[in-house]
Design a protein around this ligand. Structure first.
Ligand SMILES: Nc1nc2c(ncn2[C@@H]2O[C@H](COP(=O)(O)OP(=O)(O)OP(=O)(O)O)[C@@H](O)[C@H]2O)c(=O)[nH]1
Ligand SMILES: [Mg+2]
Length: 312
């Protein structure tokens, strides 16, 4: 009897724990689903953001995909520095992982990606056909963190326009394979990996590119942090975009006051240039922050890479 009672109490405790720990529970289920899907595919297509190839990489992915053939797709390459794009491709090749660049908006690089997948799988498929499994297609699946371009990539590679749309979670559906060509088929639902904030730098990079939604309250600070990075490595882009002379930027930065105050003043200068004025003639910092973040995200500030291979 006493035993039964304590069991009930445990159950209650367990229940309240479940609702508190809802998000990790969801992640656990996602991971199990990915592990199950991995068992039935031959190759993993790991999508990364070309602007932040390390920060957009889930650090557990190595463990999750151990023993699987893999290709890294550096997506959104149109938004990143072309020189750095090439360096990143070499970086992954040196590590023994084939990497390709894609722009899933225009479709650039997609054909090359298909070719590389066929090349990676060639020997294995040959073995398969020698074993009598003739005509079997290469089975592939996509893995990537939110917003990296998984749905856009699927649409491009499968030449259709509806992937991921109306993809309601919780609705059990049969596994669907999309035929890419005579040789390849792709699982229609990508594995969504949670991003991981191993450092403040990673968290900021993911905010700049839109994999983490910025809260309105934090927006000004996130824009400030982005501005700081851009002032270091892409000062010309800022100067050109907002029409502020480089000498004037230097003047502001050289003022004898804390660095963050100087950078903040540059943010205000950008706001002034863009007419973000509120009552009393003050600068609307919230609106200014949004302009800077949006213009980075959609490439209006130019082709910008935030992480370089040598950094790591
Ligand atoms: N410039 C550029 N934008 C891209 C590219 N790929 C995707 N996008 C844009 O990035 C945003 C996110 O793309 P999605 O395809 O929805 O990304 P996802 O990984 O499916 O996102 P979730 O389903 O939220 O995990 C959209 O605004 C796309 O138009 C690319 O190669 N270049
Ligand atoms: Mg999607």
């Amino acid at each position: 009897m006493a035993n039964k009672k304590s069991k009930n109490i445990d159950k209650e405790k367990g229940f309240s724990k479940v609702s508190i720990a809802w998000y990790p529970g969801h992640m656990y289920k996602t991971r199990k689903q990915i592990e199950a899907d991995l068992k039935i595919v031959d190759i993993v297509i790991e999508l990364l953001d070309s602007r932040i190839p390390i920060s957009s990489r889930n650090p557990d992915i190595k463990k999750i995909t151990a023993g699987k053939r893999k290709i890294i797709v550096l997506n959104k390459c149109d938004l990143a520095d072309e020189k750095q794009n090439q360096r990143w491709v070499s970086y992954f090749k040196q590590k023994g992982i084939e990497a390709v660049l894609t722009d899933s908006n225009s479709g650039k690089g997609i054909e090359n990606c298909i070719k590389e997948i066929e090349k990676i799988m060639e020997e294995y498929m040959q073995e398969q056909s020698e074993k009598g499994r003739v005509g079997r297609r290469i089975r592939a699946m996509i893995l990537g963190i939110p917003n990296v371009g998984k749905s856009s990539f699927i649409n491009r590679i499968s030449k259709r326009t509806t992937a991921g749309v109306g993809n309601k979670p919780g609705v059990t559906k049969q596994k669907q394979w999309i035929r890419i060509n005579e040789k390849i088929e792709l699982l229609d639902t990508p594995g969504v990996l949670w991003p991981k904030f191993e450092s403040e730098e990673v968290a900021l990079n993911l905010s700049f590119t839109g994999s983490i939604k910025e809260e309105i309250l934090q927006r000004v600070e996130i824009a400030y942090q982005l501005l700081k990075v851009l002032l270091e490595n892409y000062r010309n882009n800022l100067s050109n975009r907002y029409g502020i002379e480089k000498s004037h930027i230097e003047e502001i930065l050289n003022q004898d006051q804390p660095e963050n105050v100087n950078i903040y003043e540059i943010m205000l200068e950008i706001g002034r240039k863009r007419g973000c004025i509120i009552s009393g003639g003050n600068i609307d910092e919230e609106k200014t922050a949004r302009i800077i973040l949006d213009e980075f995200k959609n490439g209006k500030l130019g082709k910008i890479t935030l992480e370089y291979p040598n950094d790591k």
